[in-house]
Design a protein around this ligand. Structure first.
Ligand code: FES
Ligand code: FE2
Length: 363
């Protein structure tokens, strides 16, 4: 197996501009968690392909808009998250749930401000759909629903989402590498021994099974070396929400990854390209739902800190290596690398990428 994405695509700005349109605006991407949008006027803002998008709860209905005022283009919500009307901070235009400006101070000072004109000034609407607690958004309505996009992975993502319990940590880091290097790094276990010998590597052999589900993929393995105390606890918990044995890692194409250990700990990694060689990673660590408050408390006390620490350390170890790959790949022109069996999910990612970027790839 050989890489299908050209090395130059990892630092080329033109390519990045195409990716923003094809993979970020036209495709379903993670926008946030429904748990952050439970009340009327709760909102979250997410940078998607170079645009700030606001997702807001309007009396129980989730809507998404480009977070830029139609008057003279100020950002509307200026915090990443909060509760408040969709109202611009500059001249206080107030927007309704259709993104139409319904409150315009000193309206009589405008030569014309008919209802038709107001409608033409409505905010750019984005589509919103959810899979459990995961919210996805996209700009273009091409008839492909979130369920269509997720395909066979839909049910698995739903199960994962329903097992998310108490949040332990939200950790963010910036990696000076193209987003594809960051995604690819998380799709293979080949580097565990060399990059993570004292963190992920301490759980022993990581040979596992790789499953490709269309654009998406899952890796399943059974770590060999598990702490005795932990093993005993695992044995005592029969009724956990996510019935997964061992470690599982999911790619939701193009840039969301998730992982769980036996449904006990769950991590969500939101990979967000800022420019062609800078990527923001936001990692959320949760404990799993066990359907028993006492056991959940025991799990939290026993495992939450070590899971959060392990995830953070793993990202701190991955960050410099991704940055080294960025430096190296920028110097390579015609050469193609090579993939091992353990890198077959990276190959799957390349296939999916080429499928969508094919016109650009051919050009
Ligand atoms: S720029 Fe938003 S109200 Fe003027
Ligand atoms: Fe890693």
């Amino acid at each position: 197996m050989k890489p299908l994405i050209k090395s130059s695509f990892y630092s080329n700005n033109e390519c990045f501009e195409q990716e923003k349109i094809i993979l970020c605006h036209q495709m379903w991407n993670f926008g946030g968690f429904t748990t952050d949008l439970e009340n009327h006027n709760d909102y979250i803002c997410k940078e998607v392909g170079g645009k700030s998008i606001v997702i807001q709860n309007f009396h129980g209905k989730l809507k998404a808009f480009h977070n830029v005022c139609s008057h003279r283009f100020s950002r509307i919500h200026t915090n990443n998250q909060g509760n408040g009307a969709l109202q611009c901070p500059y001249h206080a235009w107030l927007y309704n749930s259709d993104g139409i400006p319904i409150g315009i101070p000193h309206q009589h000072e405008f030569n014309e401000m008919s209802d038709t004109l107001k409608k033409s000034l409505k905010l750019e609407r984005w589509l919103v759909e959810r899979c459990g607690v995961f919210i996805f958004i996209k700009k273009i309505d091409d008839g492909i629903s979130l369920k269509d996009h997720l395909g066979e992975i839909y049910e698995q993502l739903l199960d994962f989402s329903m097992a998310i319990g108490r949040q332990v940590e939200r950790y963010q880091t910036i990696i000076n590498a193209n987003w594809k290097i960051v995604v690819e790094n998380s799709l293979e276990s080949y580097h565990i021994w060399s990059v993570h010998p004292n963190s992920l590597g301490k759980f022993g052999a990581v040979e596992g099974d790789y499953f490709l589900y269309g654009l998406h993929s899952i890796y399943k393995s059974n770590p060999k070396k598990i702490d005795k105390k932990w093993e005993k606890f695992l044995g005592s918990v029969g009724n956990r929400s996510l019935k997964v044995n061992g470690y599982q890692h999911y790619l939701v194409f193009p840039m969301l990854t998730l992982a769980t250990f036996s449904g006990m700990s769950l991590t969500v990694h939101v990979i967000n390209p800022l420019n062609s060689t800078t990527t923001e990673v936001t990692n959320y660590t949760f404990m799993g739902k066990l359907n028993d408050e006492r056991l959940e408390e025991t799990l939290f006390n026993m495992n939450s800190q070590s899971t959060a620490d392990l995830t953070r350390v793993a990202w701190e170890e991955d960050k410099p290596i991704c940055e080294q790959v960025q430096l190296g790949i920028s110097e390579v022109e015609e050469k193609t690398g090579i993939f091992s069996r353990e890198e077959q999910r990276v190959y799957g990612f390349h296939k999916a990428y080429v499928q969508f970027m094919s016109e650009y790839v051919r050009a």
